[in-house]
Design a protein around this ligand. Structure first.
Ligand code: SAM
Length: 332
């Protein structure tokens, strides 16, 4: 049996410096100030996110991984054959049980990992390729929310495109953006495409706030790293001492809001422009919306998706929804 190359090919479509500058100017002009969540993920941000996943308060990763491991054969059967396309692959660990189950069921999967964090993506794909030497793989460094089409590549031609979007990352988008993103994924995946998506559900406020403000300080370090990135990549002059980290549940929006809150009136230069921060003013680093299954399926229906199946952990903390395109024939 011949194994594949140990390092999968990587296509780099990372936004150009000018686009990053434009996004920073737009984001800091908003009220409240907020940048797209992907700015959190430079190489150090990706490393810190891995640290968050190891914190006992942040149970999402262990719960979703256990669910995927338990249900992989059923999920593989429901997905059928095709190329798994993961949006925001991160460490690309969650896909491993799915690939194994698809291989065991002779579904001959291929895998395409999309992520904004190039170095981390390359390392993750390299590790995954070692575990699944027979699975053809490709990495694409890009902002998936701005992708007009999947790259022209043999792994993406002639097979069904099976989207995989775990980690409840949809929650990082405001509901109208989330719906637009789901519609965008539908276009990217093409006719007959399916989407397996992990969605975290509402739970007691204390649990949610602790998950995003762990005792070890991993979540805070992750947020503060945004300032380092802006200082390094966009000639920023942020002083971390001038901010404190805050994670709070906003009931009306059904989301956790993460912010760096200015501790005093001061001015910062970024991207060649001076920005004033008032004492108490937040720079929102990320939001994480929580959806009940019914609320999520309502959002997905508005983007042209309908439910085929749902799997959940025993405590109903999160769900894996398998969506099919609303105009495709009903499947059992
Ligand atoms: C919350 S982590 C989830 C990682 C992994 N999917 C999981 O479930 O553990 C989000 C991942 O998506 C990537 N990401 C965030 N926004 C992105 C965007 N707009 N385009 C591409 N990748 C993005 C980040 O680099 C990070 O690896």
């Amino acid at each position: 049996m011949t194994g594949r190359l140990s390092t999968p090919e990587l296509i780099n479509l990372h936004p150009a410096a000018a686009d990053m500058r434009r996004l920073v100017l737009e984001g800091l002009s908003r009220s409240p100030k907020q940048l797209p969540a992907w700015f959190l993920y430079d190489a150090e941000g990706s490393r810190l996110f891995e640290l968050i996943c190891q914190q006992p308060e942040y149970s999402l990763t262990t719960t979703e991984t256990a669910l995927l491991e338990r249900e992989a054969p059923a999920i593989a059967a429901a997905l059928g054959p095709g190329t798994l396309v993961e949006f925001g692959a991160g460490s690309a660990r969650k896909v491993s049980p799915l690939l194994a189950a698809m291989q065991a069921a002779a579904l001959r999967p291929a895998y395409v990992a999309l992520d904004i964090s190039a170095e981390h993506l390359q390392a993750a794909c390299g590790r995954l390729q070692q575990r699944h030497p027979e699975v053809p793989m490709l990495g694409v460094c890009c902002d998936y929310s701005q992708l007009e089409q999947l790259p022209a590549h043999p792994l993406l031609s002639g097979t069904a495109h099976l989207g995989f979007f775990p980690g409840s990352s949809l929650g990082n988008f405001q509901p109208h953006e989330a719906q637009a993103l789901l519609a965008q994924f539908r276009r990217l995946l093409g006719p007959g495409g399916k989407l397996l998506i992990g969605i975290d559900q509402p739970k007691p406020v204390e649990r949610l706030e602790a998950a995003y403000d762990d005792d070890a300080g991993a979540s805070a370090a992750f947020a503060f790293n945004l300032l380092n990135r802006l200082n390094r990549d966009l000639e920023g002059t942020f002083d971390a001492e001038a901010f404190r980290y805050r994670a709070r549940w906003v009931a009306e929006a059904s989301h956790i809001e993460m912010a760096l809150v200015s501790q005093r009136d001061h001015t910062v230069r970024v991207a060649g422009v001076a920005w004033s921060f008032a004492a108490g003013e937040p720079l929102l680093t990320e939001t994480s919306a929580k959806y009940s299954p019914a609320a999520f399926l309502h959002l997905a229906a508005g983007a042209g998706w309908r439910a085929q199946a749902r799997w959940s952990d025993p405590a109903e903390d999160l769900s894996l929804h398998l969506l099919v395109q609303a105009d495709s024939p009903q499947e059992l």
